[in-house]
Design a protein. Structure first.
Ligand code: ZN
Length: 450
């Protein structure tokens, strides 16, 4: 009975039962609050939802950390160049991970590498909860790509220099600034260099991080690329599919007329690219990679196509996938129907999912967003909210607060061989990251002499 009253009392708009003495009602109310906040102690419940940047910057240690960026920009540039020149295609990040591990260890953090290769430096807080600052290690460039960094005027030019050389350098710089200033956070901060963000990495590094810390995790800040003009608070859902069509194969002359998997794939593709997609919710598809055949004078025994589907609405992705299936079935049927020698071999087809990124959104009243807005105001920056596909998709899809940010400076040509980064203004971007991080991690000032 008491329990029921307590539960009802939590619907704030309802009047309290008038027959109970006031003291009892207050007690019940307190019990009710504690009941719905099982994971927070009363002390934590009193804590502000996020810390304003100006109150943080009143602390001498935080000021020391902020100054550190301005004084050590060359160190940050050098680390970025060094890391960018270590090849790190998705699934081959180990060498770059080792270099990051060495730097984080030299900053006095407790380091471990998890079983899929994420490097995690831990700065213990005064309570159990955890905040993650993460940057992905991997690049889209295959092994053997020329990745030596060139300096052109004020710019650094190399594949991967910005995505995610900037994010990794930012991660190390923030960790170093915090350690140099001897800042003790309230929540534990994990500095994570994670594997598997790009392409078929399919966010595997972030998935593993979230799995490992999920119960204690309160916020995730992802550093991805450059800039300070945006904050990603909405996760763009995507699905990646591989179409595979197979047949017996044969000789181009003597077996002419046998069903040909490449012909079938072309017929299917021409149908699919005519699929209408809505402008709102924005929905896109891309035929990104095509393979098959062994020589110009052979009827191939297989043909493959990789397709990327994205939408602001996950229902549209499902609709596109079913359209792709219909088109492949129809393309294969066309080829079989039109093959003069169709009795000499049947084509088979299947579609495999090779990646899936769930969608999600940060609520507008989120403490993490409040911390970012406060940091923007403090450093004099303006940023727009964006929807994008990043490591933040995973926490956002699970209702864990997360954003993705550029780590300052400016960049362009991401995922191309002409990718560039310009460090001018980087310190503002790093201050923004630090203040946002401490805004949600909190600050435990040193106790003075008693
Ligand atoms: Zn990236």
């Amino acid at each position: 009975m008491k329990r029921r009253i307590a539960t009802k009392t939590l619907k704030w708009a309802e009047p309290l039962p008038p027959l109970l003495p006031v003291r009892t009602v207050k007690q019940l109310l307190l019990c009710a609050i504690l009941l719905v906040m099982p994971i927070r102690s009363p002390v934590l419940a009193n804590r502000p939802r996020s810390f304003s940047s100006s109150s943080l910057a009143d602390q001498p240690q935080v000021r020391t950390a902020l100054d550190w960026f301005t004084k050590n920009l060359k160190w940050v540039d050098d680390e970025q160049v060094k890391l960018t020149e270590i090849p790190a295609p998705s699934f081959q990040e180990a060498k770059r991970a080792e270099a990051v591990r060495d730097i984080l260890a030299s900053e006095g953090l407790a380091i471990h590498t998890d079983k899929i290769g994420n490097v995690i430096g831990e700065l213990p807080g005064s309570d159990e909860e955890v905040v993650v600052l993460a940057a992905h290690l991997d690049t889209v460039f295959p092994a053997g790509t020329e990745i030596k960094v060139r300096r052109e005027g004020g710019r650094l030019v190399a594949p991967g220099i910005s995505d995610n050389g900037t994010g990794l350098a930012g991660l190390l710089a923030v960790a170093r600034a915090i350690q140099t200033a001897k800042i003790k956070p309230r929540r534990t901060i994990l500095f994570a260099a994670n594997v598997g963000e790009e392409g078929e990495g399919n966010l595997r590094g972030m998935r593993a991080l979230i799995d490992a810390y999920r119960t204690k995790l309160r916020a995730v800040i992802v550093l991805d690329g450059s800039g300070t003009d945006h904050v990603t608070t909405k996760a763009l859902a995507s699905r990646r599919l591989e179409v595979l069509i197979t047949g017996p194969g044969g000789h181009s002359w003597s077996d002419f007329g046998m069903p040909n998997p490449i012909n079938a794939l072309v017929r299917a593709s021409v149908r699919f690219i005519n699929t209408k997609v809505p402008a709102a919710p924005r929905t896109t598809f891309n035929l990104g990679q095509i393979e098959g055949g062994t020589s110009v004078n052979s009827i191939p025994y297989e043909a493959k196509l990789k397709v990327d589907l994205r939408s602001e609405n996950e229902d549209e992705i499902a609709r596109l996938e079913s359209s792709l299936r219909d088109c492949v079935a129809a393309g294969v049927k066309d080829e079989m129907d039109n093959a003069r020698e169709r009795n000499r071999g049947k084509l088979e087809w299947k579609i495999n999912q090779i990646g899936s990124r769930p969608g999600g959104e940060l609520p507008p009243d989120s403490p993490l967003l409040a911390a970012l807005r406060s940091a923007d105001e403090y450093v004099g920056n303006q940023s727009r909210v964006e929807r994008s596909s990043t490591d933040a998709n995973i926490p956002l899809s699970l209702g864990i607060e997360a954003i993705a940010l550029g780590a300052g400076g400016s960049g362009g040509g991401a995922h191309s061989l002409q990718e560039w980064y310009e460090p001018a203004g980087r310190d503002m971007g790093l201050k923004r990251v630090l203040l946002t991080l401490l805004g949600v991690a909190g600050f435990a000032p040193e106790k003075g002499p008693s």
